[in-house]
Design a protein around this ligand. Structure first.
Ligand code: ADP
Ligand code: MG
Length: 210
């Protein structure tokens, strides 16, 4: 059985996993983390509760440069509840990485406060499609330094009708990027999004938890 050490995660991340009592990677983590650390685009399907946030979050955090105050990774989620939850989970994984800022933008949150926070941009931004595209159209958010973009709960993003917002967001990010898609299900519309947005993707499918 593979361990987090064998997945080549760095000491700061291993320390936080230890503090969280994560003893072994779940199947989706064991499969997705090496592919993501190698820089591949990845499309992963795994059921709810299978540990998808850490599967994309750990390699994402390992790839960030904490010394650069730019939005380097964007995580798009369908709802404000998920935005808050994913930010919280990423913060737990990043607790031993100094100077790493993780922020969430979502509807119902003060636009003005979000705009002000961009004076010192976070390296990792989690957000809902509507609020993120609001920032794009008002030119308050610069996504030109984003090197990794995650579409989390892609099935739900499409089910909620965010296709156009996703297009707008992806168009604002340089094409030379790593695009990562996680979904609980893999219907036609999700496959179409993968075909249109990912480059030479590796596919991961995992069932059950560790
Ligand atoms: P998903 O996005 O697949 O629905 P989450 O990423 O929200 O699942 O993870 C579900 C729960 O499992 C969370 O409470 C998370 O902290 C926990 N978890 C994730 N990976 C591990 C692991 N390797 N060991 C123990 N708990 C884990
Ligand atoms: Mg999830």
């Amino acid at each position: 059985m593979v361990t987090f050490e064998q997945l080549k995660l760095n000491a700061a991340l291993l320390k936080s996993l230890d503090a969280l009592n994560y003893t072994l990677p779940t199947p989706v983590q064991a499969q997705a983390i090496p592919l993501l650390l190698q820089g591949h685009d990845v499309a992963a399907q795994a059921e709810t509760g299978s540990g998808k946030t850490a599967a994309f979050g750990l390699p994402l955090l390992q790839s960030i440069n904490p010394g650069l105050q730019q939005v380097q990774a964007l995580v798009v989620v369908p709802t404000r509840e998920l935005a808050v939850q994913v930010r919280q989970e990423l913060k737990q994984y990043a607790r031993f990485i100094p100077n790493l800022k993780i922020t969430a933008f979502y509807g119902g949150h003060s636009f003005r406060l979000e705009e002000d926070s961009l004076a010192h941009p976070p390296q990792v931004l989690v957000g809902t499609p509507g609020r993120l595209t609001d920032h794009l159209s008002r030119r308050t958010l610069d996504l030109t330094n984003v090197a990794q973009v995650v579409l989390d709960e892609a099935d739900k993003l499409l089910e909620m009708g965010f296709e156009e917002e996703l297009d707008d967001l992806l168009r604002a990010i340089p094409r030379k990027r790593q695009t990562i898609l996680f979904s609980a299900t893999m219907e036609e519309d999700v496959k179409e999004l993968i075909a249109n947005s990912l480059q030479d993707p590796r596919f991961v499918q995992a069932s059950a938890t560790a």
